[in-house]
Design a protein. Structure first.
Length: 135
């Protein structure tokens, strides 16, 4: 399932990235990206949970990120990094179904893939602080 969860996080990232700043329908955007990537149902369903969780809890997630990212305001972060962080904080602080370490490692991988090594370190630093305060 680890590979599928990774695919689902990647799918959720693409969907949330497209939704940022638009009034698009989350379900339509998810359907488009899922069919585009040939995602199986279990991957799509897990991605749907993440997308819904991030959208429904966005204010709370942004508040947690603002509190833990000492030198960065949310609007200063790269869009992709901000979305990766929201997904991870949702998993760590709200959903709590995935071990914190797994959520952090996945997020670092996504950041490296979509944003570069520097972003991986940035995401790791912030999520380390989130994890320390979320217990």
């Amino acid at each position: 399932m680890a590979g599928k969860r990774h695919q689902a996080r990647e799918l959720a990232l693409k969907v949330l990235f497209q939704l940022e700043g638009t009034g698009d329908d989350p379900e339509e955007v998810l359907g488009y990206h899922a069919s585009e990537g040939g995602s199986p149902d279990d991957v799509t369903n897990f991605a749907r949970q993440l997308v819904r969780g991030v959208i429904d809890n966005r204010d709370k997630l942004d508040a947690i990120l603002s509190d833990t990212s000492e030198h960065w305001r949310l609007e200063q972060m790269a869009k992709v990094d901000r979305i990766i962080l929201r997904i991870a904080v949702y998993e760590i602080a709200i959903d709590r179904k995935v071990p914190t370490k797994a959520a952090i490692n996945e997020s670092i991988e996504l950041a490296k893939t979509f944003s570069g090594d520097e972003a991986g370190r940035f995401v790791n630093g912030i999520l380390g602080r989130v994890a320390a305060t979320a217990t």
